[in-house]
Ligand binder design. Structure first.
Ligand code: NAD
Length: 259
């Protein structure tokens, strides 16, 4: 299927690794020029070079912290009028809500709610004026089924989800859709880190923890960033113009509900 995206411009956040990189690679494979944002310049450049070689599209990079006003200003200066925006940043740390301070909450809300909203605010009017736009927010399965130790994520991401539900109905008449992609467990650096921490806490080896977790998923495996990216590319495609305000869960069947 031709996704109809050749020559479009995307701004992809958190794109040097993991799910953001998966989205950037899938969009580039469809002929989309991509501006990649991540914190570490070396990893970002290596990813950019790999995408250039694989796809031949224009790849630009911005090394910054997207959760700061300065970082967002840099990213938007490099890519002021994207046709596609993929929002993404690191998730908040696990813990017990009794230990979280106001500053912990502000950091989580800044990273996983207000940063995507600020990026949308800066780009959505231009998309609507041009009559085409696709915004995909990488959130979490925690929005649909809370994860007890990730209260900061459950809370902050639910705030974004509520906001997007309203805005997505205001933009679609002008050709702009806004949807959220909800990862379950995907094989990325973040998953490896969180699983090593849970394994240590439970006195198990990381390998045993990995194997046990995969057995709990109906697909009996973790997802991979390429299949996450493929769904992102479809949501950005010309074929998905009637789909807006949706929360698309990618979790290998882990969520047990009928809907
Ligand atoms: P990852 O650690 O593999 O990659 C994160 C990428 O984002 C890296 O490129 C990193 O440089 C970049 N990044 C992080 N914070 C940034 C910031 N402040 N500014 C700019 N770039 C930043 O992580 P991942 O597994 O791809 O996760 C991506 C998002 O999805 C996270 O918010 C994570 O909490 C969420 N998530 C992941 C999973 C999973 O199983 N992997 C599950 C649920 C939710």
């Amino acid at each position: 299927m031709d996704l109809g995206l050749k020559g479009k411009q995307a701004l992809v956040c958190g794109a040097s690794k993991g799910l953001g990189r998966g989205c950037a690679e899938a969009l580039a494979a469809e002929g989309v020029n991509v501006t990649l944002v991540a914190r570490t310049a070396d990893a970002l450049e290596a990813t950019a070079e790999a995408i250039r070689k694989a796809s031949g599209v224009n790849v630009t990079t911005v090394a910054c912290d997207i959760t700061t006003p300065e970082g967002r200003a840099k990213a938007l200066a490099a890519c002021p009028q994207p046709d596609i925006l993929v929002t993404n940043a690191g998730g908040p740390p696990p813990g017990d809500f009794r230990n979280w301070t106001r500053d912990d909450w502000i950091a989580a809300v800044d990273a996983n709610m207000l940063t995507p909203i600020e990026l949308i605010k800066a780009t959505v009017d231009g998309m609507m004026a041009r009559g085409f736009g696709r915004i995909v927010n990488i959130t979490s399965s925690a929005v649909k089924a809370p994860i007890d130790v990730l209260g900061l994520s459950n809370g902050a991401r639910s705030g974004l989800t509520g906001f997007v539900a309203g805005l997505a109905r205001k933009t679609v008449a002008n050709g702009v859709t806004i949807n959220n992609l909800l990862p379950g467990q995907f094989d990325t650096d973040r998953l490896k880190k969180t699983m090593a921490a849970s394994a240590a806490a439970a006195g198990k080896s990381t390998e045993d923890m990995f194997a046990a977790r995969q057995q709990q998923i109906p697909a009996r495996r973790f997802g991979n960033p390429a299949e996450f990216g493929a769904v992102c590319a479809f949501l950005c495609s010309v074929h998905a113009g009637y789909m807006t305000g949706q929360n698309v869960l990618l979790d290998g069947g882990n969520y047990p509900g009928t809907f």
